[in-house]
Design a protein. Structure first.
Length: 227
């Protein structure tokens, strides 16, 4: 639900600062039809893609790490502190996963970095930079890399839940359309790399590179040997 206290304070010209931690949310329930097998369990240099992503988030945020899976989906072993929640509605895509993940995180956090499983080069500095992009009015912090918005490597306040649920109810399922209905801060390459920590850790902004098919996965694994 929207933070009505914060809304009143903002309308009165009062600066509002969050006192709650940020969470990390990983959407693991995709069908992976192009990959031909579940991305979450893909091997990644002695670990798995899902475990690696959760570990990065666990180091980057102070709130909980939540994994959203399809109902009954098998997952590779994860750290015991990771919360696993089932997506209650199959076939509605990442927007439904976002709702499930933010709902699970909302008791302990008011915002979250939300990403897909398959970001093998995600860096802690990227997560922290995105979360630092929240100001008192922003509901979404949306990286834009190479001219492309990255809604599956972005920051969301739990306050977007009513808007996201209304879109689901209306059959408007594209996650990429949600920022148009919310107060959104967009971070282009220059804004992202203005952070010295991110510029040093990930100058090419490979944190947003995903793997959709076996060829991309194989290429990423070859690159990962040197990272």
């Amino acid at each position: 639900m929207r933070d009505t206290v914060g809304e009143v304070a903002r309308s009165a010209g009062v600066t509002v600062r969050s006192t709650l931690p940020a969470a990390g949310v990983v959407l693991a329930g995709g069908r992976s039809s192009r990959m031909g097998r579940a991305k979450a369990a893909l091997e990644w240099h002695g670990s798995t893609l899902l475990r690696r992503t959760c570990d990065v988030l666990g180091r980057a945020v102070t709130g909980p790490v939540v994994v959203v899976r399809a109902a009954g989906q098998d997952l590779p072993p994860l750290h015991p502190d990771v919360r696993v929640v089932d997506d209650p509605r199959d076939g509605l895509g990442p927007l439904q996963g976002l709702v499930a993940g933010l709902t699970a995180a909302a008791r302990d956090a008011d915002r979250a970095f939300v990403c897909a499983t398959d970001l093998p080069f995600l860096r802690e500095a990227f997560v922290r930079r995105v979360l630092a992009g929240f100001d008192d009015d922003a509901d979404i912090v949306l990286p834009v890399v190479g001219g492309r918005a990255q809604p599956l490597a972005a920051g969301y306040r739990t306050a977007v839940l009513p808007t996201a649920q209304a879109r689901l109810a209306g059959g408007r399922l594209r996650l990429g359309d949600l920022p148009g209905d919310c107060r959104t801060v967009r971070l282009d390459e220059a804004a992202l790399l203005a952070d010295p920590a991110l510029a040093a850790a990930d100058p090419g902004l490979d944190s947003v590179v995903n793997v959709n098919d076996p060829a991309e996965y194989a290429a990423a694994r070859r690159r990962g040997l040197s990272r």
